[in-house]
Ligand binder design. Structure first.
Ligand SMILES: *Cc1c(COP(=O)(O)O)cnc(C)c1O
Length: 476
């Protein structure tokens, strides 16, 4: 009787194969040995379950081990060329950082840093000192706190100022952002009690005033970043709400969502609140994200009155939500660029993309389309004008004019083309419309144009259409 278990090679025999010998030069010996053992174990179980199995050759097994080792070596988090046209795509990590922020982050990462040490005095300091004076200079804020993200900023602000008491919010502003940030749920988690006023489309100052009672802790105004209520609508602006707050000695909290530090009207985007303006109009606290229109690292920024910020900084959640030295370094470097708005526009990637003239995008799209149309895997490639969006919960209704390359693959399998580009290196994510893959250049950096061409060039005709003994070769 031929026992297939006896035909299994040993780990050492496998390691002697040319494929694994080459692999051991690149990957740790232990990693390869562990993979080889686990593959042999799997095979042994299979053989015991069904005795008639064919034992693969040493060369075949070595190939399988090598591909498992290499697959596990690929990081799951990979750089992406964002050709979706959504500039602040939360699924793609929102804003890329400016070079200055990247260097500051790398330097802080590789070294110890004065995170909570005041170097001149040798005394303990607060980590917010890394960015405090920059925020004060850029926005006129009295005090600053920085936490993990804007959801965290909302959570800690409400927990510190309104636990067990009521916060009045317009029903039209009970937002959900990105599926997981739902204001009523964040508020519940903070221990504050939501007091909704008005209706979905109309809320008047009198609605807030009537809801004020001895349980009221604050008035909250939320910028509805990702939707608009259109038609017969009415909402209360910040300034009258601030007056009402003053009259009743209640703090007014303004969640502006994206902290634009410069007026984006120059790029055709209107209506995005500026934190500095909100403070000037009397908001007691202003909350926003660092990785939206600011173009910095993920964080949540709280600006406003020293007494309130002090209460927030002392809350136990401050420790749970605090940012690390990497965030502080990247944020400070980003803010330094804003000291000269012209420098910020030139060097912050998000602002570069936003400010690219339409004609520039058109020229690039036309050039790329001509190159891509000539490829054998492509049936057609055209430059088309379209609409891009900021995304990330910012200015949803405001559209950005853009140009795309619209690609129709030779075999008509546009989903397959999209999947192959997504899983390539670099990964490329576009959007599919009407049987074509659109690569939107509004969110692509010019330095990445050639990578788009290279990636498409690497795609061979699909295996289904490749010549096989019983089918004709495709007429490419
Ligand atoms: C985006 C946004 C948030 C959530 O911000 P994160 O930084 O994603 O936590 C909260 N409020 C508003 C108004 C927003 O636009």
């Amino acid at each position: 009787m031929n026992n297939p278990l006896r035909n299994l090679p040993s780990v050492n025999e496998l390691l002697e194969s040319p494929v694994l010998k080459a692999l051991v030069n690149r990957v740790s010996h232990n990693v390869v040995v562990n993979r080889a053992r686990s593959l042999l174990d799997d095979l042994r179980h299979e053989i015991q379950a069904r005795a008639e199995i064919r034992v693969p050759s040493v060369a075949e097994l070595a190939e399988r081990i090598a591909s498992r080792v290499l697959a596990a070596d690929e990081p799951a988090l990979r750089p992406v060329i964002n050709a979706t046209g959504i500039l602040l795509h939360t699924g793609l990590g929102r804003a890329p950082l400016a070079e200055a922020a990247v260097s500051a982050l790398a330097e802080a990462a590789a070294n110890y840093a004065s995170v909570e040490l005041d170097l001149p005095s040798g005394e303990r300091s607060q980590r917010v000192a890394a960015v405090r004076s920059l925020w004060q200079e850029l926005t006129g804020a009295e005090a600053v706190a920085v936490v993990n993200n804007c959801a965290g900023a909302t959570l800690i602000t409400l927990a510190a100022l309104a636990q067990g008491r009521e916060v009045i919010v317009s029903r039209g502003q009970l937002i959900e952002i990105g599926g997981s940030f739902r204001l009523p749920e964040v508020m519940a988690a903070s221990g504050a009690v939501l007091r909704e006023v008005g209706t979905t489309n109309k809320t008047r100052l009198a609605d807030y005033e009537q809801a004020i009672c001895d349980r009221t802790a604050a008035l909250l105004l939320v910028h509805p970043s990702n939707y608009v209520v259109a038609g017969f609508t009415e909402s209360v602006e910040l300034r009258p709400l601030v007056e009402l707050g003053r009259k009743h000695r209640l703090p007014v909290i303004h969640d502006v969502g994206s902290g634009a530090l410069i007026d984006l009207a120059q790029f055709g985007l209107h209506g995005e609140p500026l934190p500095a303006q909100s403070l000037r109009h009397g908001a007691d606290l202003v909350l926003f994200s660092g990785d939206k229109l600011l173009g910095g690292p993920q964080c949540g920024v709280i600006l406003g009155r020293a007494a309130l910020v002090g209460q927030i900084a002392k809350h136990p959640l401050a420790r749970a939500l605090r940012v690390d030295k990497l965030t502080l370094a990247a944020l400070a470097a980003t803010l330094r660029l804003y000291r000269d708005p012209a420098v910020a526009c030139r060097s912050i990637p998000l602002l570069q993309l936003l400010s690219t003239p339409l004609q520039n995008l058109q020229l690039r799209a036309e050039r790329l389309a001509a190159q891509i149309a000539a490829m054998p895997t492509v049936a057609s490639a055209q430059a088309v004008q379209d609409t891009a969006y900021l995304g990330g919960g910012s200015v949803p209704t405001q559209q950005l004019a853009t140009w795309c390359v619209a690609i129709e693959p030779q075999d008509g399998g546009v989903d397959r083309l999209a999947a192959r580009l997504r899983t390539g290196t670099p990964a490329i994510v576009g959007r599919i419309r009407d049987g074509r893959l659109l690569l939107d250049l509004r969110s692509v950096f010019p330095r990445q144009d050639q990578e788009l061409v290279n990636a498409l060039e690497r795609l061979h005709p699909s295996p289904q259409r490749q010549p096989t003994p019983d089918s004709n070769p495709p007429s490419a």
